[in-house]
Write a protein that binds this ligand. Structure first.
Ligand SMILES: Nc1nc2c(ncn2[C@@H]2O[C@H](COP(=O)(O)OP(=O)(O)O)[C@@H](O)[C@H]2O)c(=O)[nH]1
Ligand SMILES: [Mg+2]
Length: 450
């Protein structure tokens, strides 16, 4: 990914549509554009007013490829920070391909995945956490996920990280002053002040770490298994939650034999629902396999909706949940409450998949149980990703060691060293690591003896 290259790509998804947008970015973006684009009045893009759409055409070898609206952005005022040209042409599969070929023939090279955003990061238009948020924003499937991605793109996570870094930096500055003047002992009350600052950094890190579960939930969705005896109404519940008939519902017990997966948004949370065969002993080998898959689906799920027939006295609701469900969110759903004689044990959510009664309550219960203890996202919408979590955990451990070093009165060099480890780990979240680390990672790639 040579940043000196001028790159081009189609920015809209493949397929035919009304419009397609091509993007050219790099030092020579305007030079490339001048070779393959012109306004309907015959002007070259380098003469266009920046940020104003101009009607024109894409041409190659003197032949017109397509009509287009062309917008020029002069760096650094562009997404990538470089000179950029955006071309909106007709969105046909072939016409888009020919347009891209014309741009490539004019001297750009095809961009690699993520390269435009990568350049935005390298050129200081956004930090690493914000660059990642671009991908989150594009892939968001629910409103909550979208809100969180927007917050991260706007710098909510970056600000929290910068605050933490500032706090730790001031402690480091103190330590280093004492290292430079070793004759002066660090005063006990100074140590106490530093320790307080370190502990407050730990609290800040913990607050961010508490959003990790929510982050995973929003980015990946919650695997949710519908389990229970045959005929309890699992497939009916799946259909209700989806809002349309997807699974076969039948009074014949054992109808659902394979597991079936569907994505759904429940109160802004992405869920992957897995309908399963009922859990029961069966002599039928196909159903046995279905039961085995049910167990597997339940084992892989984070949320289990344990459905039972509230009108069936023989189907006790409070069946103890198997030991392997420990650590999962299990919600007991009492179905068929429309039938006479239905009884709902405490803790179960009463619903009727036939009438739709109780579905709102069930959705609220799902939301509440999933967000409970997930630390929800912060007020600022921050919900960290796995990469941030790993860096923050390392930062946390290093701050812990710094604190221990201070109280054990280790040499200040060692204490400061741990603190730098913490600062670097925090820096990784936003893409700032110390020069030492950067050089290290660069020179490690050199061969020995050079
Ligand atoms: N009365 C009543 N019948 C229901 C309800 N939900 C499901 N059923 C019926 O129960 C039977 C089994 O439902 P199904 O969803 O296939 O159960 P599964 O085996 O757990 O997937 C079907 O005949 C459904 O029409 C309900 O809320 N009330
Ligand atoms: Mg079923």
């Amino acid at each position: 990914m040579n940043p000196a290259d001028t790159i081009a790509a189609v920015a809209t998804p493949p397929g035919s549509g009304g419009l397609a947008v091509l993007r050219i970015s790099g030092l020579r973006a305007l030079e490339v554009a001048d070779r393959c684009l012109r306004s309907s009045g015959g002007r070259m893009p380098s003469a266009f007013t920046p940020r104003m759409a101009t009607l024109g055409e894409i041409h190659r070898d003197g032949l017109r490829v397509d009509e287009a609206m062309i917008t020029v952005f002069r760096g650094p005022k562009s997404f990538t920070g470089e000179d950029t040209v955006e071309i909106a042409c007709h969105g046909g599969i072939l016409v888009t391909r020919r347009a891209l070929e014309a741009v490539l023939a004019a001297g750009a090279r095809p961009a690699e995945p993520g390269e435009f955003t990568c350049r935005a990061f390298l050129n200081g238009r956004m930090d690493l956490a914000q660059a990642e948020a671009v991908a989150d924003l594009i892939h968001a499937r629910t409103d909550r996920a979208l809100a969180s991605a927007r917050a991260q793109l706007a710098g909510a996570l970056s600000r929290r990280i910068e605050d933490l870094r500032d706090g730790l930096m001031s402690v480091l500055a103190h330590l280093e002053a004492h290292i430079d003047f070793p004759d002066e002992d660090i005063a006990p009350d100074t140590t106490a002040v530093l320790a307080t600052k370190l502990r407050s950094a730990l609290d800040g890190i913990d607050a961010l770490l508490a959003t990790a579960r929510q982050g995973r939930l929003l980015r990946q969705g919650v695997r949710t298994a519908l389990v229970g005896r045959p005929n309890a109404g699992k497939s009916s519940l799946l259909n209700r939650l989806l809002g349309h008939d997807r699974a076969i519902v039948s009074p014949v017990a054992g109808t659902t034999r394979d597991t079936l997966e569907e994505s759904v948004q429940i109160r802004g949370l992405p869920l992957v629902l897995v309908d399963t065969a009922g859990l029961r002993e069966s002599p039928d080998p196909v159903e046995q396999e279905g039961v085995r898959r049910s167990r597997q689906a339940a084992a892989a799920a984070e949320l289990i909706l344990q459905v039972f027939d509230a009108a069936d006295a023989l189907s006790p609701g409070a069946e103890s949940s198997p030991a392997e469900w420990a650590g999962k969110v299990v919600l007991l759903v009492a179905n068929k409450t429309d039938l006479p004689g239905a009884t709902v044990p405490p803790g179960a959510v009463p619903v009727s998949c036939r009438t739709g009664a109780g579905m709102d309550d069930l959705e609220r219960a799902i939301e509440q149980r999933l967000l409970a203890g997930s630390g929800a996202s912060g007020d600022d919408g921050v919900a960290i990703a796995v990469r941030h979590q790993q860096a923050l955990e390392r930062a946390r451990e290093a701050v812990d060691r710094t604190l221990a070093g201070l109280s054990d009165q280790l040499t200040l060099e060692l204490v400061a060293f741990e603190l730098r480890v913490a600062l670097n780990a925090l820096g990784e979240v936003v893409g700032k690591t110390s020069v030492d680390d950067l050089l290290d990672s660069i020179f490690r790639q050199f061969c020995l003896g050079k």
